[in-house]
Structure formats: structure tokens, C-alpha cells
Design a protein around this ligand. Structure first.
Ligand SMILES: *Cc1c(COP(=O)(O)O)cnc(C)c1O
Length: 378
């Protein structure tokens, strides 16, 4: 165990209390009282047509692919610099992910390259908000409207971030959120689908309930429930929702505390950036972010690897991030690329993520980082 782990899941102290209450209420399957409270919280935050808890962001993305009515051979535009689930959800429905390069500043999909990637088979664009920093949503939305494509947000890392004052996850037709323990607001494993375009609301409930109209039945809207569509079991049990509600209730404080650590890193690295040793994250004017992760870009991959190794010796766990999907075995098999992915390849090879969790002793970590940076032979 490193002295400073990369992540330590934060707990508010109210999780067990909520779980005890859920246990006492005796409804342990999904869609009980705590699930409803979580839905209300999310619907009020996003101002969306409907929000539904899922087992994971992966499950929410799979629901998005079903709702988008993806057929074999359809194409879906997305970055290669993302988590596997962004692509997998659509590949499971027979679609071909089409990878487009990312912007140098935000590491998000480069909106100026998206249009070249559109073909007659294109169905949707997936905007992944890396590090909780928003994609250029106005430009992406405009392209989607002009070409009649769906805009889906992979907002796994972006709960509580804003784009031009609007919650990230509230702009696309659909969005997926993650509550995995590595994210800001957590339930161990967990996620949610955010339905902004109301044409998807009723079908989303059915898909999440194994393709049945069970939710409508329990609301008394119909007198028997039956199999009406494809679907699966995407809803989490009440104990997970009880845990999650304790976290959602403190989302503002958790975000503020993470941003304090993020800002402390950002301030600390300013002189190093001025010396040309590294590049700090860039937050665009349109975005107010949620302090999800702090990364650095070193000059080259050798220095990046040396830096990670030097930190490891001192007991600080730092890690790189995505192996670009287009260079992975499944990416080669199932996906295509549009244009060059040089920015993706370059930045992925030079990026390092630093520990960022509530309770982290930031001064002591910064001392270790200073030591590690001094040891690099550049
Ligand atoms: C974490 C993450 C996911 C997957 O989230 P799960 O809840 O673990 O399924 C998907 N996309 C991105 C960009 C992520 O960071």
C-alpha cells in the first residue's frame, strides 16, 4: 500500500443511517423511497424530463444506445480518449464507434473535426466531459440539429460541473452519470440516466424494468403489466440508493472541498509551468468544473513514466489514464477512426493524474511531488 493512495472514497457519515432506515422499511428491491429521493434530487439539479438510477454509468450508456435505436452498422462519433464503456455500449448493439481527435486544451472531442466524420450511417455523437470539464456543447448541439443526430453526454465524471451556467448532463438528448467509488459522488457501483428529451422518458422506464410496463402498473396507469419492449434489469436496489442519497445531499460541500484541493495543486504547479517543465489543465471560459481530477502533461512519455516511478518510491500513487481505444485490441476490431488521432496519442502518452480525495494532506503531497520533479533528468 502506498502511503498516499491514488483514491480514497469519501463517506459523509450519513450513509449507514440511511441504509438502516431502508432496511427497516423492508423494501430492498429497487424504486423504493430512497430511489425516489435520488430521482427527485437529480431531476431538480438537471431540470430534466426524467432521471433514473442505474447500476452504473455503463448501464446508463447501454440504455442510451437502446433508446437511440442503434441498429447494426450504424455509426456513433466519440473520442478515442475515453473509458471503454463509452464505446462498448454502442458496440453491443452492433454499432461502429467512429473516433475523432481531441482538443489540446481540454482533451475533449474536437468539435471542429466532428463534421468530417459524419456519414449517412451516423446516428449519434457522444460528448465525453473529461475531468469534469465541459465539451463545447453549443457547437456540438448545432451540428446534431443540422444533421439530425442525437447528442448523448457521457457525463460520468461531470456531476456538478456547469457549461455556460447550465448543469453538464442537461444539454444533450440523453446523459449518463457515474457514482462509481472513483468519482466525486459515489455509491460504490452506481449511475444514472438523465433524459432531457421527453420523447425518451416512457421508453426509458420500460427498458430499465426488463422491457415491461411495470412502472406504469405501479402508478396505477394501466391494469396489468406485461412484456412490451426489449430491456434488461438496470435498476439498483434500495441499499445502494440509500447510500447514494447521503452523498447527493452533500454534493455541494463535496464539490467545494474537491475544488479547494484542485486549486491548491493548480497554484503549486504554476511556477513549474512557467519554467516549461509541464502543462497544467486548461479550463475553458464556458465551463465551471467540479474538481474531479488533477492531471499534468509532462514533456514526453519517458519523463511521465520517470515521474510516476519517482513518486512511487516516495509513497505517492500517481497514474496515467486511458490507453486510447483505437489502439486497443477491441478498438481495432470494432471501431473506425476519422482523420488522424495525433493529439489523442500524444497527450495520452504524457499525462499523469495525481491523488485527489477529501482528507488528502495536500502540503505533504506537494513536498513529495517537488522532490520527484527535482529528480527528473531534463
Ligand atoms: C467512470 C466512467 C465510466 C463508467 O462508469 P461506471 O459507473 O463505472 O460504469 C464511463 N465513462 C467515463 C468517461 C468514465 O469516467
Amino acid at each position: 500500500m502506498p502511503k498516499v493512495p491514488f483514491n480514497r472514497p469519501h463517506q459523509t457519515g450519513f450513509e449507514i443511517q440511511n441504509i438502516e432506515l431502508a432496511h427497516k422499511l423492508g423494501q430492498l428491491a429497487g424504486d423504493g423511497r430512497f430511489t425516489h429521493s435520488c430521482h427527485e434530487w437529480l431531476e431538480s439539479h438537471f431540470g430534466c424530463s426524467k432521471a433514473l438510477l442505474t447500476h452504473s454509468c455503463t448501464a446508463a450508456l447501454e440504455m442510451c444506445a437502446i433508446l437511440a435505436d442503434i441498429q447494426p452498422g450504424d455509426e456513433v462519433i466519440m473520442p478515442s480518449y475515453t473509458f471503454v464503456s463509452t464505446a462498448n455500449a454502442f458496440v453491443l448493439r452492433g454499432a461502429i464507434p467512429v473516433f475523432v481527435d481531441i482538443r489540446k486544451d481540454t482533451l475533449n472531442l474536437d468539435e471542429s473535426l466532428v463534421e468530417e466524420a459524419i456519414s449517412s450511417r451516423t446516428k449519434a455523437i457522444v460528448a465525453v466531459h473529461y475531468a469534469g470539464v465541459a465539451c463545447e456543447m453549443d457547437a456540438l448541439k448545432e451540428i446534431c440539429v443540422r444533421h439530425q443526430l442525437l447528442l448523448i453526454e457521457d457525463a460520468a465524471q461531470a456531476l456538478m460541473s456547469l457549461y455556460k451556467g447550465k448543469p453538464v448532463g442537461s444539454i444533450g438528448d440523453l446523459a449518463a452519470i457515474s457514482f462509481h467509488e472513483t468519482k466525486n459522488i459515489i455509491s460504490g457501483e452506481g449511475g444514472a440516466i438523465i433524459i432531457n428529451n421527453p420523447i425518451f422518458s416512457d421508453r426509458a422506464e420500460i427498458i430499465r424494468e426488463k422491457g415491461t410496463n411495470r412502472s406504469q402498473f405501479f402508478r396505477g396507469e394501466i391494469d396489468k403489466y406485461t412484456w412490451v419492449d426489449i430491456g434488461s434489469s438496470y435498476l439498483p436496489g434500495e441499499l445502494i440508493a440509500a447510500f447514494l442519497y447521503a452523498q447527493l445531499d452533500e454534493a455541494v460541500r463535496i464539490t467545494r472541498d474537491r475544488l479547494n484541493i484542485w486549486n491548491s495543486y493548480h497554484h503549486f504547479f504554476e511556477p513549474y509551468e512557467s519554467q516549461g517543465l509541464l502543462r497544467r489543465p486548461i479550463i475553458t471560459e464556458n465551463c465551471s468544473h467540479n474538481g474531479h481530477l488533477y492531471y499534468l502533461l509532462l514533456e514526453n512519455s519517458e519523463l511521465r513514466d520517470q515521474f510516476i516511478a519517482a513518486l512511487k518510491v516516495i509513497g505517492v500513487k500517481a497514474v496515467f489514464h486511458y490507453v486510447p481505444l483505437h489502439s486497443s485490441p477491441a478498438g481495432i476490431k470494432y471501431a473506425q477512426t476519422s482523420g488522424s488521432l495525433k493529439v489523442t496519442e500524444d497527450l495520452a502518452s504524457r499525462l499523469v493524474r495525481l491523488p485527489l480525495w477529501l482528507g488528502l494532506n495536500i502540503t505533504s503531497v506537494q513536498d513529495s511531488i517537488r522532490q520527484a520533479l527535482d529528480s527528473l533528468d531534463s
